[in-house]
Design a protein around this ligand. Structure first.
Ligand code: GTP
Ligand code: MG
Length: 194
């Protein structure tokens, strides 16, 4: 969180984390395509020739005023490929909330788990609070081999955090996820400011 009192802006950072190809960038693309251009910036994507995230994607959203301040939500995605693990950690730094995008495909269990464990370890080593607002998205529900959501919840030991099923490529579940994380982050900030 960063407050610019001169501009009366409240800057909040939300990071989409998850294994390679789970659909993190697709979430931001959908948000960019559907939000009124007056309320969002351009989508900045630093990607490889194969359209894989190289460092991060970035999109800024503006919300209505809270306590006289204009919240600006900075959405980032991390690169999911383990080759870029160090970048993922850098992108997480200073996050106010995290969306974990899991791939529902049955063949992706190890990748989901590994990414989940890495995320937890990074949150700890970056001194981010253990109870940081976290929303879990089970993406690619359209896959024929999609695992049942309760099973995914068990495998990741999701512990009370909101979960959403999505087909990000069709926009399904994208805004439910976004609203839930913004809600969690804003509630947290309001608690800290009062
Ligand atoms: N079937 C299906 N494909 C999807 C869905 N969401 C995204 N995809 C596809 O999955 C592929 C990877 O999506 P990305 O959004 O680039 O994945 P990413 O998590 O950003 O990947 P990295 O940047 O490498 O970490 C793309 O071809 C998407 O079109 C979905 O809900 N269902
Ligand atoms: Mg990506």
């Amino acid at each position: 969180m960063f407050i610019n009192w001169q501009l009366r802006e409240l800057n909040l950072k939300v990071v989409y984390y998850g294994p390679a190809l789970s659909g993190k960038t697709t979430n931001l693309e959908q948000i960019h395509a559907k939000v009124d251009p007056r309320r969002r910036g351009e989508l900045v994507s630093l990607k490889t020739a194969e359209d894989r995230t190289l460092y991060f994607d970035f999109l800024q959203l503006e919300l209505g005023k809270i306590s006289g301040l204009t919240p600006k939500i900075h959405l980032y995605t991390v690169p999911g490929q383990s080759y870029y693990e160090a970048s993922s950690k850098l992108v997480l730094r200073g996050a106010d909330g995290v969306v974990f995008v899991a791939d529902s495909g049955a063949n992706r269990t190890t990748d989901n788990l590994e990414s989940w464990e890495n995320m937890k370890a990074h949150l700890t080593s970056l001194n981010l609070p253990a109870d940081i607002p976290l929303v879990v998205q089970f993406n690619k529900r359209d896959l024929p081999n999609a695992m049942p959501a309760p099973l995914l919840r068990n495998i990741l030991h999701v512990n009370g955090q909101p979960t959403f099923e999505s087909v990000a490529v069709r926009g399904q579940g994208v805004f439910d996820t976004l609203k839930a994380i913004i809600n969690g982050v804003v509630k947290n900030v309001q608690r800290e400011m009062t």
